[in-house]
Design a protein around this ligand. Structure first.
Ligand SMILES: Nc1ccn([C@@H]2O[C@H](COP(=O)(O)O)[C@@H](O)[C@H]2O)c(=O)n1
Ligand SMILES: C[C@@]1(CO)OP(=O)(O)OP(=O)(O)OC[C@H]1O
Length: 161
């Protein structure tokens, strides 16, 4: 089916990046001085990337790789905010409005709680719709528990304007 016949659609996204201590930390569209950076072709902002995948999936527009693949040099080093803003533009061009996006970061650090409102505002400014952010550790288990990298998941709601 090429397009759904409901006024609402949802999408979800997941992203993982390993830490690279030689890079600055960019997460949830903010800089995190003193925290380990994330490896990637772009700035490694797993929270922004998960939100992009959720938005693209909901709109039936593929995913990060099919929109901004590593074979496209123009996206090398791109910020999470730039990818999110371009993704929201593509979703709106496809005829959808963004209701909201909910993102969860999974990992030990950075601790997001103290800057939650700032990060939500930065991500919402890029998307042009409300973004909510939560975080959790994995109780020391797995690659996030060992501090090897960060994961993020996201859900997006789109509606027909
Ligand atoms: N990177 C993180 C991880 C967690 N938090 C906050 O800590 C709370 C407790 O985490 P648990 O994994 O023990 O459930 C969590 O609910 C977050 O509020 C954080 O800010 N940043
Ligand atoms: C964003 C892109 C493109 O710059 O590169 P990365 O920063 O490596 O991020 P990833 O989450 O692996 O997604 C796909 C890529 O297309």
């Amino acid at each position: 089916m090429s397009s759904p016949n409901t006024p609402y659609v949802i999408g979800h996204g997941t992203d993982v990046h390993r830490f690279d201590t030689a890079r600055p930390c960019r997460l949830a569209c903010l800089e995190w001085p003193g925290e380990a950076g994330l490896a990637g072709h772009s700035d490694g902002d797993a929270a922004a990337h998960a939100a992009c995948d959720a938005l693209l999936s909901a709109a039936g527009l593929g995913d990060l790789g099919s929109n901004y693949g590593t074979d496209r040099p123009e996206w090398a080093g791109a910020s999470g905010a730039a990818l999110l803003a371009e993704t929201a533009r593509r979703v709106r061009d496809a005829g959808w409005a963004v209701g909201n996006v909910s993102v969860q970061v999974v990992g030990n650090r950075p601790r997001l709680g103290a800057r939650r409102a700032e990060a939500e505002d930065a991500m919402a400014a890029a998307v042009g719709a409300p973004v909510r952010l939560s975080a959790t550790t994995t109780d020391g288990l797995g690659f996030t528990g060992r501090g090897e990298g960060l994961a993020a998941t996201a859900v997006a709601l789109l509606y027909q304007p």
